[in-house]
Design a protein. Structure first.
Length: 311
């Protein structure tokens, strides 16, 4: 069996989850949320962390706290639609720019073309684990005194210097680690207490906190994070080894959450690249010409070899 994007939890029963259930710590009140936040802070070298119930909530909460209503937010054309939805939900105006043809991340030259004092936030997306040109993006943001909110939902474990004001992660079931459903906001510059209050149903405008039971699963996953990251790199290398030598891969500079290649055919169970948010040249070409390959850490070397043989 070739696994597409199922997270690796089936072989382990989490004592954390059992303890949480026995002690009735299943909703937002309980010890595991804080422990999971601390584990993520340590791993990501972040000063502050706030667990959420999804990556979308993480993005929305940051944008809502910043106050983007009626203001522009620059986003890349190639991303999961939740990036744009979070901007719209917070009342912002999405300004969509094209992506770099090699990394598929936000093209900083295109960002510079639309830069103005109407822009409140630049929101780069680290697509499939690839890291954007954050030094340049932060430089552009400083020119107009804008915030930088990183959509890092697909890049947990990638080289991360916490460049922006906020980093937003997803722990959905298909990510490198999972909490079932959940997300995380980190920052090295800004205390997250106001955002924590914003997403707390008792003090804010929504119920966006991560339940304790989900955090218990996340804490167990963090115990295996090095194993999962090593496996992601192995899968990428196996594809490079067993596919034809002239295969064109997405240029990669981070943990390859998904491995993607240029291909003239799309056998099951590969996936199309995200449909662009706007019909722009590079994003449209990548969407039409490239495919994501099965990249779950449950795949074995033999699984990948058999799939490459089929291609």
């Amino acid at each position: 069996m070739i696994h597409l994007d199922t997270c690796n939890i089936s072989k382990y029963i989490s004592s954390n989850i059992v303890n949480a259930m026995i002690n009735g710590h299943v909703s937002k009140h309980g010890p595991y949320v804080e422990r999971f936040e601390n584990a993520c802070k340590d791993f990501l070298n972040a000063k502050y962390a706030c667990a959420t119930n999804s990556g979308t909530t993480a993005l929305y909460a940051c944008l809502k706290h910043i106050g983007v209503e009626g203001k522009e937010v620059i986003i890349p054309a190639l991303t999961f639609v939740a990036t744009k939805n979070a901007v719209l939900l917070a009342g912002g105006i999405p300004i969509v720019v094209d992506v770099d043809p090699d990394t598929w991340c936000m093209d900083v030259n295109e960002v510079e073309k639309v830069l103005s004092y109407k822009v409140a936030v630049i929101l780069p997306v680290h697509l499939y684990g690839n890291v954007c040109d954050m030094d340049k993006i932060c430089e552009l943001a400083r020119r107009i005194d804008a915030y930088v909110v990183e959509d890092a939902c697909q890049s947990f474990g990638s080289p991360n210097e916490n460049w922006g004001h906020y980093q937003c992660y997803s722990f959905n079931g298909n990510k490198t680690i999972t909490t079932g459903a959940g997300g995380m906001i980190t920052s090295n510059y800004l205390d997250l207490t106001p955002i924590r209050e914003l997403i707390d149903n008792s003090t804010g405008i929504m119920n966006g906190r991560m339940p304790n039971l989900n955090a218990a699963l996340g804490l167990s996953q963090m115990e295996r994070i090095d194993e999962f990251i090593k496996k992601k790199y192995k899968i990428h290398k196996w594809y490079q080894k067993y596919l034809p030598k002239d295969t064109v891969f997405q240029k990669n500079n981070g943990v390859p959450w998904m491995t993607a290649i240029k291909t003239s055919s799309a056998p099951e169970p590969c996936r199309y690249i995200f449909e662009p948010l706007k019909d722009l040249p590079n994003a449209t070409y990548i969407h039409k010409e490239y495919m994501c390959l099965p990249s779950s850490t449950l795949n074995t070397k033999q699984d990948i070899k058999e799939y490459c043989d089929a291609i």
